[in-house]
Design a protein around this ligand. Structure first.
Ligand SMILES: [Zn+2]
Ligand SMILES: [Zn+2]
Length: 308
């Protein structure tokens, strides 16, 4: 949509909701129309007597905190309130991110299982309010590959970037959640994904395998990633891949071929995500690692917000 509107020459009437016609003048805090509850993604403005047919224009204007993605101008011949055509599909395709947060972080408890031989979580309580202290204070000891976590490249590459040096922007932004039909202990290939590679256009992809369903009961036969899939996704511009298992390689793997492709293609890794309750689709991912200087990983609080 291109804007040919010279707003300086047109005095615009007050905006109304494209879905129900409710006047939006004064709307400041709500992300939805106060009348019909639809997201304020498309606002129709009619200018009396100038243009016979309503037209849409891109707009940088905002109502409340929301951008108006399109403005239609022009009177309706019969004087009815402005009405945007195909409102339903517009709302579906341009709905702003909702405030729904989907937590994809497994709960961190002492019962959470860690990689065989790695350091499980323990909490040392120094003092508590219940026992008379003025504060409750505790320390934790655990592997940094704890539950949902980001790998530093130095975890699998000599002299590669530690977690504090990984590019932060990779861990926040638009992502696809895809589901894989894959056997236990197998590696996910492109053909196993329920979404074709060609449909993936965001730089982040999270893959649900369902092969590590319980973080308190270790399954050693979880699925991993085919190194070729890492290359195929990198070819499409993907810079971060996440998985719902403890590793992008199988538990028995010694040469870590998937990790090595992540290193070679400079793609970042999220492991240990909880995705069983997440439908395939497009989301905003937020999963920022801590700046643990020199460390080989960091736990993350990983959340998704629906994009549609
Ligand atoms: Zn890890
Ligand atoms: Zn890893």
């Amino acid at each position: 949509m291109t804007s040919s509107l010279d707003q300086s020459r047109v005095e615009l009437p007050d905006p109304i909701c494209a879905a129900c016609g409710h006047a939006l003048k004064g709307a400041r805090t709500s992300a939805v129309c106060p009348e019909c509850g639809r997201p304020l993604v498309d606002v129709l403005i009619r200018e009396k007597g100038r243009i016979a047919i309503g037209r849409r224009y891109a707009s940088a204007a905002r109502v409340g905190s929301l951008p108006l993605l399109a403005i239609a101008l022009g009177p309706s011949a019969d004087g009815k309130p402005g009405h945007a055509r195909d409102d339903e599909s517009i709302c579906k395709s341009r709905r702003p991110m909702t405030h729904t947060l989907i937590d994809i972080t497994p709960r961190i408890t002492p019962n959470m299982q860690v990689w065989p031989g790695d350091t499980a979580l323990s909490r040392e309580v120094l003092c508590t309010i219940e026992s008379g202290a003025s504060i409750t204070l505790s320390a934790l000891r655990a592997t940094v590959h704890l539950g949902a976590h980001a790998d530093g490249a130095n975890h699998y590459g000599a002299r590669a970037a530690s977690i504090d040096a990984m590019p932060l922007e990779r861990y926040i932004g638009a992502c696809h959640v895809v589901r894989a039909n894959v056997a236990r202990s197998a590696r996910v290939r492109a053909v196993d994904l329920n979404t074709p590679l060609e449909a993936l256009h965001h730089p982040r992809v999270l893959i649900y395998t369902g092969t590590f369903p319980d973080f308190e009961n270790w399954s050693s036969d979880f699925a991993a990633l085919d190194p070729a899939l890492v290359d195929q996704l990198a070819d499409r511009g993907v810079t971060l891949i996440g998985i719902d298992t403890p590793s992008v390689d199988t538990q028995e793997s010694k040469d870590l071929p998937a990790h090595q492709r992540f290193l070679a293609r400079d793609v970042s890794i999220l492991e240990g995500l909880r995705l069983a309750h997440v439908a395939a689709g497009e989301y905003e991912l937020i999963a920022l690692p801590l700046p643990l200087v020199g460390f080989d990983a960091s736990p993350v609080r990983a959340i998704l917000r629906p994009l549609h």
